[in-house]
Design a protein around this ligand. Sequence first.
Ligand code: CUA
Length: 317
Amino acid sequence: MASNEGSFWLPPQSSTVASEVDELFDFIMDLNYIFFFIILAMTVYFVVKYKRTNDEQLATSDLDHSTLWEGAWAFIPLGLCFVMFVWGFKLFVNLQVAPPGAMEVYVSAQKWSWNFAYENGGNSNDLYVPAGKPVKLIMKSKDVLHSFYVPDFRVKADVIPNRYTTVWFEAPEAGEHRIYCTEYCGKEHSGMYRTVHVLPPAEFEKKLEDLSGPSKLPEGMTMAQWGEQLYVDYTCATCHSKDGSRLVGPSFKAIYGREGKLADGSTYKADEEYINESIMEPKAKVVEGYPPVMPSFKGQLDDNQINAIIAFMKTLK
Ligand code: CUA
């Protein structure tokens, strides 16, 4: 059964495979401790026993070797390595192959955000999954190498451009767990942390419906407040400051109505049309002095959300 506190060394075990991974990890660590002390103790013993006490002293042993000892220190560690290999390989295969009937989620990584697309066409930046059901992630990168990592699940896999990789897990209980990108992918690599929300199955079905179809202004929020939330959720904040400081991309401070030069020498004015285009086709008009690195948010943000983001920009005077 999964423990939810974790140990001194390891985070909580929040997936069905976590305890198996930890058992192997603990086995290898325990062997390390044992051999560390054996080797240390023998080193000290031999240093004391065979210390040279005067300058004329010569080697006196007439033993050339001991088959018993040499066999022991070759074959015992070899046997232990085989145990580690076979145990690890079985676990590796188990971690690679999703059980039949797993729910599939398509994952797309880009500098510097995650997108999770569900079977009903919905998509999100945090991952939503039902409790007690295996989930298979089918992952691809839009640009460079990223790596999907949920420590609480003991699950990690590279996300690679032009190739699909998969990973699966089953979280038995509802809860929230951290997703990290664990492959250095550029300046805002550390900003690629999101949450996986494990929901009770009925709640998950409801969430899934919300995620598909056109987005709606969340209750109790103004358009500008919603825009600010999207600015955080879609990780715009990693490249675009709102206080005027220079990050990877131009700051959002006073962006609405801003005029300036583009990389190709022409000029731009940041109106609705320009901002919409810059979110959908970021490379169409690149502001002078900035690298053309922004990914497209086509299929991730709809018109309502873009309007909200523009409303938010208008408040940043
Ligand atoms: Cu993506 Cu590090």
